[in-house]
Design a protein around this ligand. Structure first.
Ligand SMILES: NC(=O)c1ccc[n+]([C@@H]2O[C@H](COP(=O)([O-])OP(=O)(O)OC[C@H]3O[C@@H](n4cnc5c(N)ncnc54)[C@H](OP(=O)(O)O)[C@@H]3O)[C@@H](O)[C@H]2O)c1
Length: 161
């Protein structure tokens, strides 16, 4: 990838699921710093500490699973719903706005055209500080999926290819 980058064949290199220990190690020994690092990030797993390390090394934090794929009743969360009602926005829109205002790039996935339009329609409002803080307090600092540090997960994922 770095050879392709140096030859101008690609414009950027991105990594995924590089938590601070791996990311720091990588950045210390590689000549090309990844432009982006995609990690599980949503209101229940905000990755605040990891975010600071990405910032320190100049790597853009990108969220995968910004809605935790709807786990933990994400789309009906009462605290986020109350905030959405104030701005006439959906829970999904508030979540995306929260992440964007937290300097996190979002890549929500949907198979519905109307939801795609809804998810794009988040640039005409700003969450106030008090609402940002209320959503920040929902962080459990735990994955809604699995731990990449669990050997069983590593074997499962590496076995997929
Ligand atoms: N790098 C990695 O390890 C990794 C891991 C997982 C995912 N990803 C990537 O992250 C991206 C998104 O992740 P994801 O699909 O896992 O999770 P996600 O975006 O958190 O959730 C997708 C789910 O939310 C629903 N949804 C989307 N917009 C909605 C809305 N406005 N209202 C209600 N429901 C809505 C979708 O349903 P419908 O489709 O039925 O609308 C789908 O079930 C994808 O590009 C994926 O490839 C990367």
């Amino acid at each position: 990838m770095m050879e392709a980058y140096k030859e101008g064949k690609i414009r950027a290199i991105g990594v995924s699921n590089f938590y601070p220990d791996r990311l720091i190690d990588f950045c210390q020994f590689q000549k090309v710093i990844p432009a982006v690092n995609q990690v599980e990030t949503h209101p229940f797993q905000q990755q605040k500490a990891a975010h600071e390390f990405m910032k320190k090394y100049g790597v853009q934090h990108e969220s995968w699973g910004p809605f935790a794929e709807g786990r933990k009743d994400m789309f009906t969360n009462p605290a986020i719903k109350v905030i959405g009602d104030k701005y006439s926005k959906s829970v999904a829109q508030v979540i995306l706005r929260f992440l964007i205002q937290s300097d996190v790039v979002v890549i929500p996935k949907t198979t519905h055209k109307e939801r795609m339009a809804e998810n794009l329609n988040v640039f005409d409002f700003s969450l106030k500080e008090e609402d940002m803080k209320a959503i920040a307090s929902l962080d459990t600092q735990e994955s809604a999926f699995f731990s990449h540090y669990d050997p069983a997960t590593v074997e499962l994922i590496t076995g997929l290819s």
